[in-house]
Write a protein of this length. Structure first.
Length: 251
């Protein structure tokens, strides 16, 4: 239980969200992990995309010790994190119609691949069009989003739809509208967002499920080891040599 401090309250809120996701999204996590395992065994490639702070969870599963070596970042210039100046430009680009189509046209994505799209609200043009365009290419789409936004906000895409409407598997992060867990009488705005914590945990649960599913099929999961552990670089080199044609972050 919380010790009454704001930090304790935040930890409790994050733990409660993680428990909800664990209990309520178990079947979806299983489905997403098996979809990735299916893609790996059939020769497909794995990609992850997120805009703004949603890109943090996407980056967390790419080139990650203990993670699948085949997970690649699908980057859109100007919307990956807050590295663009001004930072508000990234938010504006998420609402630009047609940007996703241009990115997909220039990307290595092809039929038989899998794409994880992370968008907390799922309402902006970029993630919606990314999902629509990827599926039109024959790519399987896993969406990580807060489904609550679809009932409490308006879509910013011309179709009136949300990311969740264009996915093969949807993972609901359960994050409340506004992504702020705490309030205080003396603070005029809610604060302490938990979406990064929860979304990153969801995706790592999916990666763990995929690794187990591959092992169950007699396929050694293409996992990376830490370069700070003895033998880690040599291990990773063997994985890169075996799967080099499906890994794009080394080119």
């Amino acid at each position: 239980m919380s010790d009454g401090t704001l930090s304790g309250q935040f930890f409790d809120a994050a733990i409660d969200l993680l428990r909800r996701v664990r209990d309520e999204e178990a079947s979806s996590v299983e489905a997403a992990g098996n979809l990735l395992a299916d893609t790996v065994t059939s020769g497909g490639r794995l990609f992850a995309f997120g805009a703004g702070h949603s890109s943090l969870a996407a980056q967390d599963v790419v080139y990650r010790a203990g993670g699948l070596a085949l997970m690649n970042l699908l980057a859109v210039p100007g919307v990956v994190g807050v590295d663009v100046m001004p930072a508000t430009l990234g938010s504006a680009l998420e609402r630009v119609d047609g940007l996703a189509s241009a990115v997909l046209d220039c990307s290595p994505l092809r039929a038989g691949d899998a794409l994880v799209i992370i968008s907390l609200s799922g309402r902006n043009a970029l993630p919606v069009e990314m999902a629509m365009g990827a599926r039109a290419l024959g790519v399987k789409v896993i969406g990580v989003t807060s489904v609550a936004y679809a009932s409490e906000t308006r879509s910013r895409h011309s179709s009136g739809t949300y990311l969740k409407d264009h996915c093969d598997v949807v993972l609901d992060s359960k994050i409340a509208i506004g992504d702020a867990e705490l309030t205080l009488d003396t603070v005029p705005a809610p604060f302490a967002p938990a979406s990064t914590v929860v979304t990153a945990a969801i995706l790592q649960a999916v990666m763990a499920t995929a690794a187990g599913a591959l092992a169950d099929r007699g396929v050694e999961p293409p996992l990376l080891r830490s370069g700070n552990v003895d033998g880690g670089h040599e291990w990773n080199r063997r994985v890169f040599d075996k799967y080099g044609e499906r890994i794009f972050y080394r080119r």
